[in-house]
Write a protein that binds this ligand. Structure first.
Ligand SMILES: Nc1nc2c(ncn2[C@@H]2O[C@H](COP(=O)(O)OP(=O)(O)O)[C@@H](O)[C@H]2O)c(=O)[nH]1
Ligand SMILES: [Mg+2]
Length: 237
């Protein structure tokens, strides 16, 4: 049985060209879902585009924040919205086509009996196309580091493409997170594991973004490494 109320959360910073094509493609695969865009006042007008679209699309929601406040806080704001509005499941994916909407039904098919379903590059059938060797090396290192230090029972710890049972998210204090940036993805798995979450991974192929530039910076990697260490040492609350 597919879950009944589904929120699909998209965090955006300068994703106007991607989002225009992404919304219809998501609804093609999951027509019953509402989509929430969390936009940080993107200079390219992503938020304006979504606000206009909302006037003719009742399944679309927009959370506008005043400036670029980080992927971590944007993700947690989306989850708080799912909690406050009584959705059963919240799915998260990047708004740049790296995460194919065609995989959403595969995630939702695994929701019975699981609390977190991860789309995974690192299980049989999964993979990445279009990355230089150093991106592979960075991703493998951060995954090994997070999986080992935080004792995470999954192979792909650093991707946002996941479905979460909102009842489990409700048990977390979303304001207590250390991460404001990308390490929110590992921190979520760590905190959910400690709540006894049942995890499952389904394969997908990660593709390079369709339009625009990546927002990740090297400093983000160092910050993520420190936060994971703090959590591992029990200093995360
Ligand atoms: N709201 C919001 N979204 C962000 C922020 N940083 C990144 N994103 C979004 O998060 C997703 C992943 O970011 P991206 O730059 O593609 O990272 P990469 O895939 O690791 O290179 C994209 O949809 C971005 O637009 C931020 O500070 N605020
Ligand atoms: Mg991306």
């Amino acid at each position: 049985m597919p879950p009944d109320t589904i929120l699909i959360a998209l965090c955006t910073y300068n994703e106007r060209d991607n989002i225009a094509a992404l919304l219809p493609e998501i609804w093609q695969h999951v027509p019953e879902a509402d989509i929430l865009v969390v936009d940080d006042n993107s200079p390219d007008g992503t938020g304006t585009l979504v606000a206009e679209w909302m006037t003719r699309e009742p399944r679309l929601r927009l959370l506008s924040r005043p400036g670029k406040l980080g992927l971590g806080t944007a993700t947690l704001a989306a989850f708080q919205y799912a909690v406050d509005n009584g959705y059963a499941w919240v799915c998260n994916l990047d708004a740049d086509f790296s995460h194919p909407p065609a995989t959403l039904p595969d995630l939702l098919a695994q929701t019975p009996g699981h609390d977190v379903v991860l789309a995974s590059r690192y299980v049989p059938g999964g993979g990445v196309v279009g990355w230089p060797w150093y991106r592979h090396a960075m991703s493998q290192s951060i995954n090994f580091y997070a999986r080992t230090l935080l004792r995470l029972p999954v192979r792909d710890c650093s991707g946002s493409f996941r479905a979460y049972r909102v009842a489990l998210l409700r048990q977390l204090d979303l304001r207590q997170f250390l991460s404001t940036g990308y390490s929110v993805l590992e921190e979520l798995l760590y905190r959910l594991r400690r709540k006894g979450a049942r995890f499952c991974e389904v394969p997908y192929i990660y593709a390079e973004r369709r339009y625009g530039d990546s927002k990740i910076r090297l400093s983000e990697g160092f910050r993520a490494g420190l936060i994971i260490l703090r959590l591992a040492l029990g200093l995360g609350g």
